[in-house]
Design a protein around this ligand. Sequence first.
Ligand SMILES: C[S@@+](CC[C@H](N)C(=O)[O-])C[C@H]1O[C@@H](n2cnc3c(N)ncnc32)[C@H](O)[C@@H]1O
Length: 266
Amino acid sequence: MVLQEDFLRTRRIADGSVDLVVTSPPYNVEVGYSAYEDNLPYEEYLAFSRRWLAKALKLARPNGRLCLNVPLDKNKGGQRAVAADLTHEARAAGWRYQSTIVWNEQNISRRTAWGSWMSPSAPFVIAPVEVVLVMFKGEWARRERDRHPDIARDEFVEWTNAVWTFSGERATRVGHPAPFPVELPRRLVKLFSYREDLVLDPFLGSGSTLLACRETGRRGIGVEIDPAYCALAARRLDGTAGAPRAVRAAQPEAPVRARTATSTTM
Ligand SMILES: C[S@@+](CC[C@H](N)C(=O)[O-])C[C@H]1O[C@@H](n2cnc3c(N)ncnc32)[C@H](O)[C@@H]1O
């Protein structure tokens, strides 16, 4: 189900009903979204993050889980330890920390500056990875004896090694400025939920999480503030997406989810 709403305002999801939250929020790196300004002052961005994380916690059932995909850090607009800061905000909102998955996108095209070239003066060091923060409400273990796992042996062995290597998604292929590949939510829902569980993506974008839910037999709710992205998600779900529309991305062919270094120090 796709809800076209501001997640902070929606009242259409029952408190205590969500088994798993899988999402990638705006990264605050000036991505060209249609209905959201992705350039808040950093402290405001963290305050916004704490508000939506608190709301997600309220909607989560006891033992509910959160998989939060964010950059490890960012350079644009100043050096920021985004994953560490959002871990702090999530804990302040009431989520408990379980682990971190490193998603190795192997994408070095995000590099736009070296800092001080071949000098220790002020080099820029960039990891071509994102992370998924795995957190929970109350207790980690789910003790439901009547539920049947659907994950294969090889998937379990491979995915519990928390360095995942696969490519990101292209904005121009999907028609959204910052999609993640369906492979990311597909792994997360199979590893952290049962079939028929209710999965929520409060920042649905182009609908990738709902595609993964449909493929894996989970019930999914996606909230997206922008009507055009809701329509795109609906088209992807009913298989009529066709050729993507133009996207307002800073670097349309680059992985715009990425944070980039933008200045050079000599
Ligand atoms: C990083 S994108 C999510 C991309 C998504 N994972 C995908 O694969 O397409 C973040 C999305 O959050 C949406 N958004 C921003 N603020 C929102 C809010 N308050 N409520 C709901 N959606 C919001 C933006 O319009 C954008 O589509």
